[in-house]
Design a protein around this ligand. Structure first.
Ligand SMILES: Cc1cc2nc3c(=O)[nH]c(=O)nc-3n(C[C@H](O)[C@H](O)[C@H](O)COP(=O)(O)OP(=O)(O)OC[C@H]3O[C@@H](n4cnc5c(N)ncnc54)[C@H](O)[C@@H]3O)c2cc1C
Length: 397
């Protein structure tokens, strides 16, 4: 908790998480300076699939997603500008091996107030006649979920932060977190400028451990290359957004006539450098992801590939974000390790982190289960109802 009446908080990273945090801090009347080594939203947020769903196996993640949906559905009022939210409906589909897990997870979600329904294949076909359901035991259907535009979302958060007085400094790399005694006192940029602050928060995605390294503490983030591809779709074919645990794929409509489909690290590759990785799709990825898509939506069997790209997931040791204080350094916070799922939760993460930094406790959602200490002590988050995923999906739910 910071004590001065208008504390100065430095945010490192201008992706969706850093911009959400800057917005919430500035709106709460803090003085905020955000640094990005590139342009705002030039990191992994710009490459996001931006699927918005509530289904997680860990209740605090459901809460973050559910709270964030309020923002996405009312963006103009809650943030200002546009986030490009499109409500398509979403279904997570599973086979027999995951039936019991899905029942438990849906009950957990309902207990948190999420609007989710447990359907069988026939029920799902009534909502979405385009899908093949013969191997589906259950579908968890969310009528309010969909997708957004990750660049519009991040930029409107940045503009809203500026409107509340935040200073955003692009093309300025933070080289070092400055610590005196055991307290973070500011940062030094690569061009040797020093900025003092009452607190610093690192929201630097896969680059986060590099900034922590001089402090002898690290999350243990593993960079993983992930790809998404856009296929042409007849506008007459309307499918929902999906995570398909059987085929091991996520996909969603994109505008009127495209389908976006994605996988994580679907086959082993060496750890990418987030500053220098292969940004285009691999030829065998395109065939693989189209086959998996067509398994669920047969009419996409010969869909023409339009374009696609890769990005880098910042995978933490338990595939869950690390949100909170950096142990051993007062006034230093981190929000990173989102493990391929951090777009949809960014609004609530920004709100909760701002509360933690300014008031000492998060109220929007209790983010204490995501604390850094769990990593250091080895008490990693494990949920009993984690789904068995089709090979190569790339991350846990
Ligand atoms: C291909 C792909 C598909 C995805 N699909 C989904 C999805 O469907 N749904 C979902 O919820 N999530 C998805 N994600 C995950 C989601 O996009 C990320 O979790 C989220 O965008 C992370 O935001 P961030 O702000 O933490 O990181 P980033 O957007 O990477 O921002 C970090 C910023 O920190 C800056 N930075 C780094 N080091 C420094 C430094 N030393 N000084 C100054 N600035 C620095 C970088 O330049 C960068 O702009 C996907 C990710 C990828 C890659």
């Amino acid at each position: 908790m910071v004590t001065s009446s208008k504390p100065h908080i430095i945010v490192v990273g201008g992706g969706v998480v850093g911009c959400s945090l800057a917005f919430h801090l500035a709106r709460a009347n803090a003085r905020v300076t955000l640094f990005d080594k590139g342009e705002i939203c030039a990191g992994m947020s710009a490459r996001s699939g931006a699927l918005i769903r509530m289904h997680y196996t860990f209740a605090p993640e459901v809460e973050l997603a559910w709270e964030s949906l309020n923002y996405f559905s009312n963006w103009h009022e809650s943030v200002g500008g546009e986030c490009g939210f499109v409500c398509t409906g979403f279904a997570l589909v599973v086979g027999d091996e995951n039936s019991a897990r899905m029942r438990t997870n849906v009950a957990m979600m309902k207990g948190l107030g999420v609007e989710v329904e447990l359907y069988d294949g026939a029920d799902l076909r009534r909502i979405d006649p385009s899908v093949k359901v013969d191997d589906i035991a259950f579908a968890a259907y969310e009528s309010q979920s969909g997708y957004a535009d990750p660049v519009a979302t991040t930029r409107s958060l940045a503009i809203a932060a500026q409107r509340h007085g935040a200073l955003l400094i692009a093309n300025s790399q933070v080289e070092m977190i400055l610590v005196e005694g055991a307290h973070a006192v500011g940062i030094r940029t690569a061009d040797r400028h020093v900025f003092n602050a009452d607190a610093v928060c690192i929201a630097a995605g896969p680059w986060t451990d590099t900034l922590l390294a001089p402090l002898d503490v690290r999350i243990g983030i593993k960079a993983e290359r992930a790809q998404i591809a856009f296929f042409r779709r007849s506008p007459a074919l309307n499918h929902l957004a999906y995570i398909d645990c059987i085929a091991g794929i996520y996909f969603r409509p994109h505008r009127e006539d495209l389908t976006l489909a994605g996988l994580g690290e679907w086959q082993p590759e060496s750890e990418p450098d987030p500053d220098d990785f292969r940004e285009t799709n691999d030829a065998d990825f395109i065939d693989e992801v189209r086959n998996r898509l067509a398994h669920r939506v047969p009419m996409m069997n010969h869909a023409a590939y339009l374009r696609g790209h890769a990005g880098v997931y910042d995978v933490s040791p338990d595939s869950r974000a690390v949100l909170g204080r950096v142990p051993g350094v007062d006034g230093l916070f981190v929000a990173a390790g989102f493990s391929g799922t951090g777009f949809k939760t960014a609004p609530a993460v920004g709100a909760a982190m701002a509360e933690l930094i300014l008031d000492g406790r998060s109220r929007t959602v209790d983010i204490s289960p995501f604390c850094f200490e769990r990593i250091l002590s080895g008490h990693l988050i494990r949920t009993e109802n984690e789904y068995v995923m089709g090979a190569g999906f790339g991350h846990s739910l």
